[in-house]
Design a protein around this ligand. Structure first.
Ligand SMILES: Nc1ncnc2c1ncn2[C@@H]1O[C@H](COP(=O)(O)OP(=O)(O)O)[C@@H](O)[C@H]1O
Ligand SMILES: [Mg+2]
Length: 476
């Protein structure tokens, strides 16, 4: 982070500087905070500021001593603490946000890039990091830390020389993205798609669209809105921003277009980027056609900040997955390919993953091992049933629906196959142990198996277990 004395943090947050009550801190009451800002005491290192949040179950004030032993020099708290000098405030979250806001203001050359959408935020954020860091120092969220805690944590990692601050912004309701954009106002906004992720909380797809539009509404007139021109709800956001709109997609109205998309036998996409700067071929190392749209959005941002088209195309081709369990492909020693895409799931990302599976499975036996898609509210049963039908239409060889809430996947598949032999290739099992047993017995060399579910359904561990003890290597 940008180094600050604790007294400056007190001024920024409107808090009160209180020395360590047991006065054992050698750095004195006004230490220099020059290490990472952390909310988890285990992540503190030398010079850290520890933010003591009060969560639903735990009170962060209990971990001040732990943070100190890891090297933290100060804490942000809502009451005086014994073990570290602290800034005491009434509202720790508000103070944390004020600190993040002040830090980003201290580096006024950093271009802030906000990324949102129903699916693909983390993949796109990672890809943006891979491409932009070739052009200038880039800070991006770690993993999927995209909330009111993750975003300020990311912002606090800015340095005096950061050129690009890439912020994945998540939304679980109206006002969430607006809140995040007030911490660091984006100059460039990327909206990937509007699907049905979390529709249970939002009520409708239109409501999700309104929530995502908060990102483009936050742009200044001098900013840029990178919008998916193939998604009508996203494209409709063009009228809701003062900023210049850059359309990305396959449609003719897109400014940065993908032409001639093809998938190799492993399901990796190649295409030609066509834009004002000309045309360039791109070969992605990511699995699934859905990454083309993400790559176009990244290209649009990179071109906007001044990278040349050939550099962008090369950087996209060199990029590798950074976050786990997103179309993670492993070859087992026995010739089984395991595709673990079980970080999370919603109807759109399920569709994308099944399409990738069918591309990867040409001439091979394919398995879709699918767990529950959570947070779909009233639409849950219908969406699961549609997923089962889709698996049959895409000719998945064997379907395994795993756990509570997934019976409609199995019944949808049987119904779609309607007496066809395929219906017998669909199985429902109660839990991941049962799925593991089934796979252990029936997987054969050459099979491709996709494992996917919402995070809480936990199928990513099943995917990892399928690799244990077989000697496998990551090929992505
Ligand atoms: N553009 C896209 N459209 C549909 N699914 C996608 C897209 N990009 C990624 N995915 C899939 O969505 C899931 C979540 O990806 P991730 O990048 O973690 O998104 P998010 O951060 O929005 O949850 C993964 O299964 C991934 O393969
Ligand atoms: Mg994410």
């Amino acid at each position: 982070m940008i180094a600050l004395k604790l007294s400056e943090i007190a001024r920024i947050t409107g808090g009160r500087l209180v020395g360590a009550l047991d006065a054992i801190d050698a750095a004195g009451a006004d230490p220099l905070v020059d290490g990472p800002v952390v909310t988890d005491s285990r992540e503190a290192t030398d010079g850290s500021l520890y933010i003591a949040r009060i969560g639903e179950e735990l009170d962060g004030h209990q971990f001040v001593a732990a943070a100190r032993s890891q090297g933290a020099v100060a804490a942000l708290t809502s009451r005086p603490v014994a073990e570290l000098p602290s800034v005491v405030v009434r509202d720790v979250q508000a103070a944390f946000v004020a600190l993040a806001h002040a830090l980003v203001e201290l580096n006024d050359q950093a271009v802030v890039i906000g990324v949102t959408g129903s699916s693909g935020k983390t993949s796109t954020k990672d890809l943006l990091w891979s491409v932009l860091q070739r052009h200038g120092e880039t800070v991006a969220n770690v993993g999927s830390l995209n909330s009111e805690v993750g975003v300020p944590l990311t912002i606090c990692r800015i340095t005096p020389t950061t050129a690009y601050l890439v912020l994945e912004m998540g939304s679980r309701g109206p006002g969430h993205i607006d809140y995040l954009t007030r911490i660091a106002r984006p100059q460039i906004a990327v909206v990937l798609n509007v699907g049905t992720a979390h529709v249970g909380e939002f009520g409708s797809r239109e409501a999700i669209g309104r929530a995502k539009a908060e990102l483009v509404q936050a742009l200044p007139a001098t900013g840029f809105a990178v919008l998916n021109a193939d998604d009508p709800i996203v494209w409709g956001m063009a009228s809701q921003t003062q900023a210049r709109v850059i359309g990305v997609g396959e449609s003719a109205q897109a400014n940065v277009r993908a032409l001639d998309i093809s998938l190799d036998p492993q399901g990796r996409a190649s295409f030609t980027i066509a834009c004002d700067q000309g045309k360039a071929p791109v070969v992605l190392r990511f699995y699934g056609e859905h990454h083309v749209g993400n790559a176009l959005a990244v290209a649009a941002v990179a071109l906007t900040v001044g990278m040349s088209l050939p550099d962008v195309a090369v950087a996209l081709g060199d990029a590798r997955p950074l976050s786990r369990w997103r179309m993670e492909v492993h070859e087992r020693a026995d010739g089984v390919t395991v595709v673990n895409d079980a970080y999370n799931a919603n109807p759109d990302s399920m569709r994308a993953a099944l399409q990738a599976l069918s591309a990867m499975g040409r001439g091979r036996r394919t398995w879709a091992v699918l767990g529950e898609m959570r947070e779909l509210g009233r639409e849950s049963a219908g969406e699961h049933e549609a997923l089962g039908r889709l698996a049959v239409r895409l000719n998945v060889s064997r379907l395994v629906a795993v756990g509570e809430g997934t019976q409609p996947i199995d019944s949808g598949a049987r119904d779609e196959a309607a007496g066809d032999e395929l219906g017998d290739e669909s199985t429902w099992v109660p839990d991941t142990d049962a799925a593991y047993e089934l796979l252990r017995q029936d997987l054969a060399p050459g099979d491709v198996v996709l494992v996917k579910s919402s995070r809480d359904a936990g199928l990513r561990w099943l995917g990892d277990r399928l690799l244990d003890a077989t000697g496998s290597e990551v090929t992505s």
